[in-house]
Design a protein around this ligand. Structure first.
Ligand code: FAD
Length: 328
């Protein structure tokens, strides 16, 4: 989101932008898994499930995406006891939203950046496939811990102050369990459960933070459910055999996902999901001879409303926008 937002803004103002992403597609944590080869396939969001806007500018983008037919206003404010604000979800999954945002941009996917360095008047970026990209300005929007690894691999040393800023950003891990089903789940409308103090948990597993029926959320095709584990259990099981973790989670949640309905289970491990600690700035402009900016959801700026949980996608949006404005 941060990279796409920055690129869109810069291109709108006449700049030439090249986006590099190590993923097979764009979107990063706006991720949708195609679980089967059936027609239509069973699909499930396994990253960000939906988003609740806090600022008018982000609300305007989501409204535009609703008008353009890629997002849906999913949870009316009075539709669930545990949810107090409307949420927006991708009609075809969250990844389709990212793809839509990348329309018209120059994007190279499956391009893992392995080294960056300076050249005569700008930056040189090297990818795993051996390609070299030469640019005047460089924006890095991967999670800050990954950016620090990239700097180290590149032999590039930032000032102590800049290094400290990047080190302030930390993330929660998250294990996502995906199940494709032969009948709709028992998750009540509107298709999301969040365990709050008021939510009864008639289950044998209480380490979940969100239980989602992707069909009720709008994703077409065979029914699927996504279970996001909370940070504590994700940490505990992070290095375990994920197949066993998935089975244990689903057995514990059979009240909502009956055992006989489960056709296929897949488990995804996110080392970086939601930020745990953020920098109170929109981005870091490093003290380097040529412009080098670091951004992404680890930067929450000075918007008090973005300090509420969970604010990842909107922080990324603002970070991208502000980085672009800095370069204009
Ligand atoms: C399970 C889960 C649940 C979440 N729930 C919520 C929620 O309820 N609400 C909310 O607001 N947010 C939520 N989030 C967080 C939200 O998805 C993120 O905050 C947001 O998508 C971050 O956007 P970004 O652009 O900063 O980073 P990313 O989406 O991570 O984008 C970074 C990009 O950098 C690329 N990259 C990394 N390293 C390299 C490299 N070496 N070379 C090239 N490319 C590279 C990646 O492929 C990726 O595309 C959730 C995330 C997860 C995983």
């Amino acid at each position: 989101m941060a990279g796409l937002t920055a690129a869109r803004h810069l291109v709108q103002h006449g700049h030439t932008v090249t986006l590099l992403d190590k993923g097979r597609g764009v979107g990063g944590r706006m991720a949708t898994r195609r679980m089967t080869d059936t027609d239509p396939p069973a699909r499930a969001d396994h990253g960000l499930p939906y988003v609740t806007p806090q600022t008018p500018e982000f609300q305007a983008l989501l409204d535009q995406l609703v008008d353009e037919g890629v997002m849906t206003r999913w949870l009316p404010s009075d539709s669930a006891d545990t949810i107090t604000a409307p949420g927006y979800a991708g009609i075809d999954g969250m990844n389709a939203v990212a793809k839509h945002l990348s329309d018209g941009l120059t994007v190279y996917t499956s391009e893992t950046v392995v080294r960056i360095g300076t050249r005569v008047a700008g930056w040189q970026v090297e990818t795993e496939s051996g390609n070299l990209y030469r640019v005047d300005n460089l924006l890095i929007t991967m999670p800050a811990p990954q950016a620090l690894s990239l700097l180290k691999r590149s032999g590039l040393t930032l000032s102590d102050i800049d290094q400290n800023v990047l080190q302030q950003v930390s993330y929660q891990p998250c294990i996502a369990v995906l199940a494709s089903l032969n009948q709709t789940s028992q998750i009540p409308a509107p298709g999301v459960l969040i365990p709050t103090d008021g939510t009864a948990q008639p289950t044998g597993f209480d380490g979940w933070t969100m239980l989602i029926d992707n069909g009720q959320k709008g994703i077409p095709g065979p029914p699927t459910a996504t279970i996001l584990l909370n940070a504590e259990d994700s940490q505990t099981y992070f290095d375990d055999d994920l197949t066993a973790v998935g089975q244990r989670v689903l057995t514990g949640l059979s009240h909502w996902i009956p055992a006989g309905s489960v056709e296929l289970v897949q488990v995804h491990r996110w080392r970086f999901s939601l930020p745990a600690t953020q920098v109170n700035n929109w981005y870091l402009k490093a003290d380097t001879p040529f412009p080098l900016l670091f951004g992404g959801d680890g930067f929450s700026g000075t918007q008090p409303c973005l300090l509420q949980w969970p604010n990842g996608l909107e922080s990324a949006f603002w970070s991208g926008r502000k980085m672009a404005e800095q370069l204009l």
